[in-house]
Write a protein that binds this ligand. Structure first.
Ligand code: C5P
Length: 208
């Protein structure tokens, strides 16, 4: 098994955010592994580094949505905050130069992002399983899991496994009581208090 060291991204670099994301990701990967989801996670090395298995990255960002907001509301005019009648799973092309456009299954196959339709079905199935684990988990902690982005890769044996990180940088969390945003939207929307919100998410995960 080839192992790699991942530096957890610090995109909207507030001091300490990378370490918070690393700790949050570690807890969530452990939770998912314990519930039967294969991931690239091996162990947390230090504050900003995680050891993970080497994979071939699938260039599809899998977006899972329980509540309409963000680009879904902007693109389709669904009122912000609308609880969706069922969990929506979307595919975006992981391609910064093209601005991560939406993909349908035929696009994925034409672009050879995967080999077979079965693999797209598997990505959707795994995304829903992950949502079925994370949504009630966060609800218990007083957080609505609004939407999130997942990435997947293929390991040495060709198995599809969850990769990247799961943190408030790629999930939206709204406090169930106050509706307060506890994720990267605080940065995107200039609300301030980003690190404090990430700390609160970690503390709730740790039951503090
Ligand atoms: O912006 P949009 O509403 O499409 O985002 C949906 C979800 O996917 C959000 O939780 C956002 O943080 C995440 N996302 C991401 N990276 C991207 C696009 C979206 O983490 N490149």
């Amino acid at each position: 098994m080839t192992l790699l060291r991942l530096t957890v991204k610090k995109k909207s670099s507030e001091a300490g955010k990378g370490a918070l994301n690393n700790k949050i990701s570690t807890e969530l990967f452990k939770l998912l592994e314990a519930n039967g989801i294969p991931t690239h996670f091996v162990k947390m090395l230090d504050d900003n580094h995680m050891l993970h298995t080497k994979v071939d990255v699938i260039l599809i960002e899998v977006i899972v949505r329980n509540i309409a907001t963000g680009s879904l509301s902007r693109n389709l005019g669904i009122e912000d905050g609308t609880v969706l009648p069922f969990t929506l799973v979307e595919f975006d092309y992981k391609n910064d130069a093209l601005g991560d456009p939406k993909l349908n299954d035929q696009h994925c196959l034409i672009l050879e992002l995967v080999e077979y339709q079965d693999e797209l079905d598997k990505l959707r199935r795994m995304a829903r399983q992950i949502n079925d684990i994370l949504k009630p988990y966060f609800a218990q902690k007083g957080l609505n899991l609004v939407d999130f982005k997942l990435e997947f890769g293929k390991d040495n044996n060709g198995n599809i496994i969850l990769i990247d990180e799961i943190s408030p940088d790629n999930c939206r969390f709204w406090d169930i009581e106050s509706g307060e945003k506890m994720d990267k939207d605080r940065f995107r929307q200039g609300l301030g208090g980003l690190t404090v919100a990430y700390e609160q998410v970690l503390n709730r995960i740790l039951g503090k």
